[in-house]
Design a protein around this ligand. Structure first.
Ligand SMILES: Cc1cc2nc3c(=O)[nH]c(=O)nc-3n(C[C@H](O)[C@H](O)[C@H](O)COP(=O)(O)O)c2cc1C
Length: 288
């Protein structure tokens, strides 16, 4: 939702959306918008650019962990901008390599990546937030990452003993943090995603700053109502954000607190099956 007193500025200028603690941005016809009253002293702040690729956006389990993480970053003095990928128009990469040869640094496609690319290049910390979909990131998140290649040069270089593309000049080296949630109970559900993100960071030449991982995230509100101290997960996510901005890294203990186990796997599986069996029975019976 865009609030009425917004000023619109051309893509590439700073903008903002609604009254969250951090800036939530929308793009409409190549324009981003922000409240005139909300201009900040941006220059010397750590710039954080966050993407949430959950189709459930602010109502999903991903947002449950991402929101306190971003709020923690802002409390520590960062300027935070958030985009929901499901609200953006990002087309798949055409693989034409024009961004490397004919139009260096620029994609031939006219879509919301025109707004995202300069922001990504100027950010100190990027946050990629995705639910686990079939053992990896969502397709929308992968599509965004593939469209980052205009930031790289076509040339090959040996970096840390490996063949890579150097970044274009003017791109901040930056850090990248992952936020992910999944439906199953084991932490190893995140392993393929973490390996992938680590490889992506090496590929893009950015530092992997760590991962906030939350199994059975969707159940947290319900567990909270039954007296389980799930607020500790959200507090830990906030601490992780503050640590990353203030100290440049997240403590292992903090990440463990985000992922902590609350109940035996068997108990959780039983509860999930009870829920789905009840829902299926209700559907079979139809409306009263
Ligand atoms: C298409 C699809 C694939 C999924 N694949 C996995 C999976 O491989 N492993 C897992 O633990 N959860 C899987 N999930 C469950 C989601 O990760 C889980 O529901 C998560 O909480 C969704 O986050 P959100 O509410 O932010 O969208 C999948 C969900 C969907 C819709």
């Amino acid at each position: 939702m865009i609030v009425p007193y917004l000023v619109a500025e051309p893509a590439g200028a700073l903008i903002d959306g609604r009254q969250l603690k951090f800036l939530y941005l929308e793009i409409q016809e190549g324009y981003v918008t922000r409240t005139a009253s909300d201009r900040r002293e941006e220059e010397d702040k750590v710039k954080v650019l966050a993407f949430n690729s959950s189709p459930h956006m602010e109502k999903g389990g991903t947002s449950l962990v991402l929101t306190p993480f971003l709020e923690g970053m802002e409390e520590a003095g960062a300027e935070v901008e958030l985009f929901y990928l499901h609200k953006l128009n990002i087309k798949p990469c055409l693989g034409c390599f024009h961004c490397w040869l004919k139009t260096p640094g620029e994609c031939v496609q006219r879509d919301d990546m025109e707004v995202i690319l300069p922001r990504f290049a100027a950010s100190d910390i990027a946050v990629f937030a995705t639910p686990v979909f079939v053992d990896g990131m969502t397709a929308t998140m992968k599509m965004l990452i593939e469209r980052l290649i205009p930031l790289m040069l076509p040339l090959f270089a040996i970096r840390d003993g490996h063949c890579r593309h150097p970044q274009r000049e003017g791109i901040k080296p930056g850090k990248l943090a992952l936020v992910s949630v999944c439906g199953f109970t084991e932490l190893d559900n995140f392993n393929p995603l973490i390996s992938h993100m680590e490889a992506i960071c090496k590929n893009l030449g950015v530092e992997f700053a760590g991962a906030l991982l939350r199994p059975y995230a969707a159940a947290l509100p319900r567990l909270g109502r039954s007296g389980i101290p799930v607020e500790e997960v959200l507090e830990a996510a906030g601490s992780a954000g503050r640590q990353l901005v203030r100290e440049g890294k997240i403590e292992g203990e903090t990440l463990e607190a985000v992922s902590r186990e609350f109940l035996p796997r068997e108990t959780y599986v039983r509860a999930v099956n009870q829920y789905f069996n009840r829902k299926l029975r209700e559907l079979e019976q139809g409306p009263d």
